[in-house]
Write a protein that binds this ligand. Sequence first.
Ligand code: FUC
Length: 755
Amino acid sequence: MKDRTMKNTRLWYKEPAAEWNEALPIGNGRLGGMIFGTIGREHVQLNEDSVWYGGPVDRNNPDALENLPKIRALLFEGKINQAERLAALALSGTPEGQRHYQPLGDLFLNFYHDEGKAEDYCRELDIDSSIARVSYSHDRVTYTREYFASAVDQVIVIRLTADKPGKISFNAHLRRGKNLEMIEKISQDAIMLTGNSGGQEGISFSTIVRAVAQGGSVSTIGENLLVEKADQVILFVSAATTFRHKNYLDVCKEYIDKAIEKEYEDLFENHVKDYQELFYRTELDLENSSSEDGLELLPTDERLKRLQGGKEDQGLVCLYFQFGRYLMISSSRPGTLPANLQGIWNMHMTPPWDSKYTININAQMNYWPAELCNLSECHEPLFDLIERMREPGRHTARVMYGCRGFTAHHNTDIYGDTAPQDIYIPATYWPMGAAWLCLHLWDHYEFTQDQEFLREKYPTMREAAEFFLDFLIEDSKGRLVTCPSVSPENTYRLENGEEGALCIGPSMDSQIIYALYTRCIEAARILGIDEDYVEKFQEVLDKLPKPEIGKYGQIQEWAEDYEEVEPGHRHISHLFALYPGNQISVRNTPELAQGARRTLERRLAYGGGHTGWSRAWIINMWARLEDGEKAYENVIELLAKSTLPNLFDNHPPFQIDGNFGGTAGIVEMLLHSHAGEISLLPALPKVWSKGSVKGVRARGGIEVDIEWKDGKLYRVVLKAELSDTYTIRYGDKTTNVDIKAGTKLVLDRDLNPMN
Ligand code: FUC
């Protein structure tokens, strides 16, 4: 364990959580807990990432292929509404919905303490060590509880201590409403809840709580676990499901049996070591002005209110950034499922949007900070999901559209379901989900330069690309376009007044295909294979609609300059090319960059950015446009308008994408590497006059530390993993530097080498 504590790494409160949105999350990627810190009856709401309703199911509409030409013809005739009616019947999934994520259950600890008599209450989440703590005094005894979720030992550990002996008494029980099979004692010191998520091939799961006390006694009565007059108690909580283990009951018990053999100090030390190995890679310091001195002494919810009232708090911005990295490490680890709409923390049996993977922005946004913030391995669960989607996606491509390759629509679930989700015209019939996800494979390669990874994953990228070789059709201008599709999730108006969402050639689709094809071509060249594919991809690229500027000076959202029905829509899909894509950039395509600026201004003027993730996307886009002031304005809006007391992003309801998008956006303001060069402090706002960022990553396998003073670059340290020549930019100045693998290069404020 390192004996260093990072600044701005503590969320703390003077009250217990009154509701879920105030509770504090812990997690090890697989197991999650929301800690309420209640005095009389503690509540820990539990999750396990693979507790999802039902089994895999083939939902592809058997009548899709037959009706596809009719839907296309109707769209070409300008009969949007008729096309939409037919699409709703013939393209929708059967049944319409995919599988949803469920809570594991709730752990309650009844202390019978009188809330009114508790003093000196404090509840905190220490994200430097990844541990939650609750403490208070009651009847002249000080009680402390600590909670952490260990990835090393696959258990949640809760330690209860008191400053006087024999004072810890409580009874613990597990609950899951009516959605369970059994709660039973499995030994004198443990209770177990078992259940099945429902549906024909539903997932079976178990969760166990076992108590180890020093002094006093542990027993069970009925379904309760009783601790009486102990000096100290450690509770071990684990869970397992049939998604990963046929013998899930044994596995669940084993996790606990193994953990129980270890000393608390060792469990904690190993947990912290494992966590800090990831967390300490990146640092951010936005040095506060003196007016911010002492703000750490204010509870986090009060600081948030203060910021909402218009006061500056760069420490809180740093905390938000650190919290984003904490959430990533706690909800997405090699071998776990990817972070879903709620990461892993969901309390609803039928959650909003199913708490699954919405892949027309949300799941992708979750992973925007992964490479940038040096958490490359946390990206892996997304790659596993993409692989899981391949076979279903191949089937969907074939039976719905008669195409090769693999495809997915705007949602997927634990099984990698690829058929359309919902009957919601503005979103459902959008065949771009797999293509966009596959760009994350390339991102991982670009940041890590791991050629073995590229060799392994290129076939997946190519298979997603292959789908469009068959799916694209010519429009009236001879361009190759997707049809039917939508511009997520906006509506357009034709000159004849007809409005709809189903369309021909939304700009985002062409931009995603552009990105996928250019990357496939580059990958094939790097790997020295697939000349025939390269040729085919190039032919398509030449015939794709290019980003165009429309009548308002904006980037056109569709291949035609239709009127947008909702100019302030939360989705800003047609700026995909600006971020996360790179087809539009300030120096390579200045006119389009100007169009992108106009697009953002228009969206915002009409009320855009009203959901957390929309705001987070906007931050990244302003950063790409090198407008630090606008990016910062939106960072503050994200915190002020879309952040809950526990710093979770608020769509509303809670949705984790905004946390991740916001975290990525803060780095995007400080470092760019999307346009063939490493650009330092491209969107530094005036208020961040002094500060530093360390251990962030740029494309090309390079790690970067930047320091700045008086609003200007002071020093940059570049650490390369491969020997290469890199172009470094600061403002208008550029320089080419050769860096040898494994060495550091330090440049001064004028980009001159210092070592
Ligand atoms: C997309 C968005 C919604 C929401 C949902 C989960 O459909 O348009 O705002 O975030 O995903």
